[in-house]
Design a binder for this molecule. Structure first.
Ligand code: ADP
Length: 459
């Protein structure tokens, strides 16, 4: 058992604050890093110590500078680094260099990150253990001919995807042959530019699917459990906007099948830490694996609310060598995890829904939060007087509700978002309320095209 004394968070904003809170509750000292653009950001002040990094780098590059972050950590006597989500969280080289420097990387091994980071490899892994995947090629496609041949066999539409893609980027839906010929080269170039690797693959495009994912926790001794599913179908441009659990669209039999498949995959790779196995569900209720994310996800809050398990604390305890059934983590078996009630998370962003969700910037003049029974806020940089800069993603605060029924959770979410008062920058709060009040949402039956297909949400 390696007890951590100091943990550095190689991230910013709400997830940095989330991890600092978990560390403090565990009696661990916290270390923040911040770029010069984040000099006045809130997360810095939530850590015990904070250090400027990337003096001569751009706002994003500052958080991607592996060697500088590791040498700072060594200098400050840090035992472990939490990577959050985005930035270096899925960077195998970073995990490897942490290990080489004798610093614990709070996450799976670098080998596992490497293996799971490639969407083609992880699909093959799933197939090998009998988990269904979407029909697609088994290797990166090298030429238009290969793509055409696959599409002819499986039929249009198909989707081109960057093997190293993430964050909803690097995907192109292709309707016909002509479309495929024009999209192929640009998809490859785009993949290279965005992810540094130009490997792309092709698979069948499922129409109107639902996105269902399963939260996993595994320790260093081969014990793995799932924390049930989340429905993340409310998306805009393949990026999640609202997530909830349990998924209303699943029967109990489907739920068990999907959770067991996630567990099967996680067990096969001896998964360590927190991870998420993502699936698409087709119109007939069949599920297909799409990818596994070896890190904490934005929407982990809803699983915490219904299971009562602190996922971030569990990650830190697992990294220290505690087993799932230890007194500290307290998960004796899968049967121990009995979800209760319903939870919904809404991502409040500084974006203007009426202007194609363009990010808004400026000073927040008024920032009044909501609270009350069943409401949890995970904030980033929201306070009166804070500056919303154009440099980073526009997530301002996550509003998570919990209630005994789905209807009550929806009502709480609507109430809590309505109670927020944010002036000075535009936000998507009115849009979120429109989604929450939509009859398809209330039935829990939205598919991933819901926002695109319902222009009235913008009224
Ligand atoms: P990322 O890693 O960028 O998040 P994912 O592979 O997880 O990408 O896919 C994100 C979203 O893209 C899915 O939730 C779904 O809405 C859409 N998507 C991905 N693959 C397909 C597919 N084969 N058919 C239909 N939609 C897809």
């Amino acid at each position: 058992m390696k007890k951590f004394k100091r943990v550095l968070v190689a991230n910013r904003g709400e997830i940095a604050i989330r991890v600092f809170r978990a560390c403090k509750e565990l009696g661990i000292r916290t270390v923040a890093i911040y770029s010069k653009e984040d000099k006045n950001s809130l997360f810095r002040t939530k850590a015990d110590e904070s250090y400027l990094i990337g003096k001569n780098k751009g706002p994003i590059e500052a958080y991607l500078n592996i060697d500088e972050i590791i040498s700072l950590a060594l200098n400050k006597g840090v035992d472990a680094i939490h990577p959050g989500y985005g930035f270096l969280s899925e960077n195998a080289e970073f995990a490897r260099k942490c290990e080489e420097a004798g610093i614990e990387f709070i996450g799976p091994s670098y080998q596992m990150i490497e293996e799971l980071g490639d969407k083609i490899k992880s699909k093959l892994l799933a197939q090998n253990v009998g988990v269904p995947t979407i029909p697609g090629v088994e290797k990166p496609i090298k030429s238009e001919e290969e793509a055409l041949e696959f599409a002819r066999k499986c039929g249009y539409p198909v989707i081109l995807k960057a093997a190293a893609g993430g964050g909803g980027r690097g995907m192109r839906i292709v309707k016909d042959e002509k479309d495929l010929l024009t999209q192929f080269k640009s998809a490859k170039n785009e993949a290279k530019k965005a992810f540094g690797i130009d490997d792309i693959f092709i698979e069948k495009y499922l129409e109107k699917p639902k996105h269902i994912e399963v939260q996993i926790l595994g320790d260093k001794y081969g014990n793995v459990v799932h924390l049930y599913e989340r429905d993340c179908s409310i998306q805009r441009r393949h990026q999640k906007v609202i997530e909830f659990t349990p998924a209303l669209c699943l029967t109990q039999v489907q739920r068990e099948a999907i959770c067991n498949d996630a567990l099967k995959l996680a067990k096969a790779v001896n998964y360590r830490g927190a991870g998420t196995v993502e699936f698409l569900l087709d119109k007939d209720g069949n599920h297909y694996f799409i990818e596994m994310n070896p890190r904490i996800q934005v929407e982990h809050t809803v699983s915490e609310m219904v299971t009562g398990i602190d996922i971030v604390q569990s990650q830190i305890l697992i990294a220290q060598g505690y087993s799932l059934d230890s007194k500290e983590i307290g998960i004796k078996s899968q049967q121990d995890i009995q979800p209760r009630g319903y939870s919904i998370q809404c991502r409040v962003t500084t974006e203007d829904p009426l202007n194609n969700f363009a990010p808004d910037t400026g000073i927040i003049d008024i920032y009044r939060t909501s609270s009350g029974f069943g409401i949890r806020l995970d904030g980033g940089n929201g306070f009166t007087g804070s500056v919303i800069s154009p440099y980073y993603d526009s997530l301002l605060v996550k509003v998570t509700s919990w209630a005994r029924t789905f209807e009550d959770a929806v009502r709480k979410s609507v109430r809590a978002i309505g109670e927020l008062k944010i002036r000075g920058v535009k936000t998507n709060t009115a849009f979120l309320i429109n989604v929450l009040n939509h009859e398809t949402f209330l039935k829990g039956q939205c598919d991933t095209n819901f926002i695109e297909n319902n222009p009235e949400l913008f009224d």
